[in-house]
Design a protein around this ligand. Sequence first.
Ligand SMILES: [Zn+2]
Ligand SMILES: [Zn+2]
Length: 207
Amino acid sequence: MEIVTVCAGYSSANSYLLIDEETNQAALVDPGGEANELIFAIQANAVKVCAILLTHGHFDHILALDEIKKYTGAPVYIHRLDNACLTNPEFSLMTLAGRNDTFASADVLLEDGDTISVGTSTVEVIYTPGHTVGSVCFKTDAGIISGDTLFYESIGRTDFPGGDFATIDASIRCLYAIEGDEKIYPGHGEPTTLSHERKYNPFVRQR
Ligand SMILES: [Zn+2]
Ligand SMILES: [Zn+2]
């Protein structure tokens, strides 16, 4: 796959296009920003979006969900434990942002280990709770989309409803246990790699 970053989000949340080069089908991860910018990126890359994948249900990752769903007609995927964020603006922290947006339930509720086909490519769901109860990472052959679980030398906040430090610590150790040096594409900020974080992450250091 090819991973294209679209930084169009509120609080500069990253959206990603996961593109299957063979078929030009793509999954769009976390439509948090301006719908227009996301639609521009879809057009500029000449892809057909066949899935909208959510790493978790916080507002800064879903603000453009309705417009992108309407534009692409693609089904929405979220872990079953974060689906409530779509319908409850307190769980999505939408209320913290001074908004009250709610959304339809997702079309597909994810579980750990699920796979999603994008053209000839496969996206694997890794359940990584701790930032929220239903946070996931998406693993592709080009790297891992880590949402708000793992950032460059940082980790997701655990002081929001459903957050828990011991849980995110365990989730990140599961990521560290993945062999090799996968590239990490986080929900905010610049990309990193598993080997860099195993060594330098000040919050979860590999033991
Ligand atoms: Zn978040
Ligand atoms: Zn975020």
